[in-house]
Design a protein around this ligand. Structure first.
Ligand code: AMP
Length: 280
């Protein structure tokens, strides 16, 4: 496994890869967990070579505290990546990526960035679009892998690829969970014991929402979710939305031949958790 910190050094290594071989790319912010590893293993199976980036991207954080407190476990990350035979790791500094101007490009994502995460985390998706575009330009992968845990991000990346006509296939990867249903996340290590014990209810609420969605109206589903959070002393709901999967527009009425997902963002103390589920 080769680890690179500069664009120049990774370029010179990628250039020697035969053009007929495929390169799979998995962007991460490090503090790797089973969710990341499941994606990286999938990428490994489907490509001749893989590159994993570890970069905590400052421009996608709307909240300074969240950026400062973002966990960093680089030594352990590198050990894990080596153990699964990752080929290349790219872990640049912010200056290497942004020069002296740590600033986002602004994108038109056709409204995909105006709802849910985009509405509650101002500028977040311009930051995500900027860094992923930059990585795509540097690494020129054939395929790039993104988790459905961040479903809105996945749709935005697909849009960014189509706007820029990048010849890169975006591969969605299913949500990886702890045994009790909590979606794996780098932020989970910041939960205290009570919050950690409370957090799996988020997935249980999503499963119950799916059952209700099959037989009841949207209002009933929303009422159920809001009540569940009101009655929970450890979790505060930020939003619950049921949205059509391509436009991410939230709905009041189900339409035939459309696919929907339910999305939750909630706080456990200072820690923000997100999760979602396919409804049909
Ligand atoms: P992050 O390091 O949080 O930016 O995540 C890097 C990639 O891993 C993103 O594509 C995430 O959607 C994905 N990811 C994070 N957690 C999970 C999970 N529990 N299951 C599947 N994918 C995940």
């Amino acid at each position: 496994m080769k680890v690179f910190k500069t664009i120049k050094s990774i370029h010179s290594n990628l250039l020697v890869i035969n053009k007929s071989k495929s390169l799979g790319f998995v962007p991460t912010m490090g503090a790797l967990h089973g969710g990341h590893l499941s994606i990286i293993k999938k990428a490994k199976k489907e490509n001749d070579y893989i590159v994993v980036s570890i970069f905590v991207n400052p421009t996608q954080f709307d909240n300074k505290e969240d950026l400062i407190n973002y966990p960093s476990t680089i030594d352990n990350d590198l050990k894990l990546l080596k153990s699964i035979s990752c080929d290349f790791v790219f872990c640049p500094t912010a200056n290497e990526i942004y020069d002296s101007k740590i600033k986002s490009e602004s994108f038109n994502f056709n409204g995909l960035d105006q709802v849910m995460e985009g509405a509650f985390r101002k500028g977040h998706f311009d930051g995500v679009g900027t860094i992923v575009k930059r990585f795509f330009e540097i690494l020129k992968p054939n395929k790039a892998y993104f988790g459905e845990k961040d479903f809105q991000q996945l749709q935005i990346i697909k849009k960014m690829v189509s706007i820029n006509c990048f010849p890169i296939q975006i591969i969605p990867c299913p949500i990886f969970r702890e045994a009790d249903g909590l979606a794996m996340s780098s932020r989970n290590v910041r939960l205290n014991l009570q919050q950690r014990n409370a957090a799996p209810i988020i997935h249980k609420i999503l499963i119950k929402s799916k059952e209700l969605f099959a037989n009841k109206g949207i209002e009933t589903v929303k009422y159920f979710v809001e009540k569940e959070f009101e009655n929970n002393p450890f979790l505060a709901l930020e939003y619950f939305e049921i949205a059509e999967i391509d436009t991410l527009i939230s709905i009041n009425k189900k339409l035939k031949n459309k696919k929907y997902r339910a999305f939750i963002a909630a706080f456990a103390g200072e820690v923000r958790l997100i999760d979602n589920i396919a409804l049909n």
